[in-house]
Design a protein around this ligand. Sequence first.
Ligand code: NI
Length: 226
Amino acid sequence: MLMELPAVLPPDRAAAMRARLEAAEWIDGRVTAGYQAQRVKTNQQMAENHPLARELGDAILAVLERTPLFISAALPLKVYPPMFNRYQGGGRFGTHVDTAIRSVPGTPVRVRSDLSATLFLTPPEEYEGGELVVEDSYGAHAVKLPAGHMVLYPSGSLHDVRPVTQGARISAFFWIQSMVRDDAARTMLFDLDTAIQSVATDHPEHGSIIPLTGVYHNLLRRWADT
Ligand code: NI
């Protein structure tokens, strides 16, 4: 499932993060790319251990922990510490699939990438190009979101970032290991949860809410790893 999460960060907070990132030092984005991806990646990143990257990454994680839509959609077990990239001057990231297993540097933690996330920090009117294009069985979807909005998509899908021909596109990106590995199962749980929330809002006394909630938890119990 490809999903947009609106207003994960308010615009002023996204702008403040971007301003601090713009003033920081950037390195060649190929340092974290696998062999295949290195050949098609021409962007810049913040070093993973840069204090600013860690501070802003932690701030993003703290927000996500309090974002019900993210929890419901991703059912996160582990989240890779967010990193930051910048595309400018024709920079792009050609078609690739994300590396399946990521080791968190300096720790014994490994994260299986079930979901990939991009949190846009630059308003779309400030740069040309830079769409994230994700392919699924229904075709290719181009995603270019307002600052502070985020997209989640299956890490195993082919995707690319189109060249940024004017301006610069700064984003946070990271991977999520979900409690529910299978994308179709996770999507059904999300749809069920969303439907239950909707009924509970419109008809809080409805007698089906408790049994439906039971079905949700029993499916989660069947499918989840913790
Ligand atoms: Ni990727």
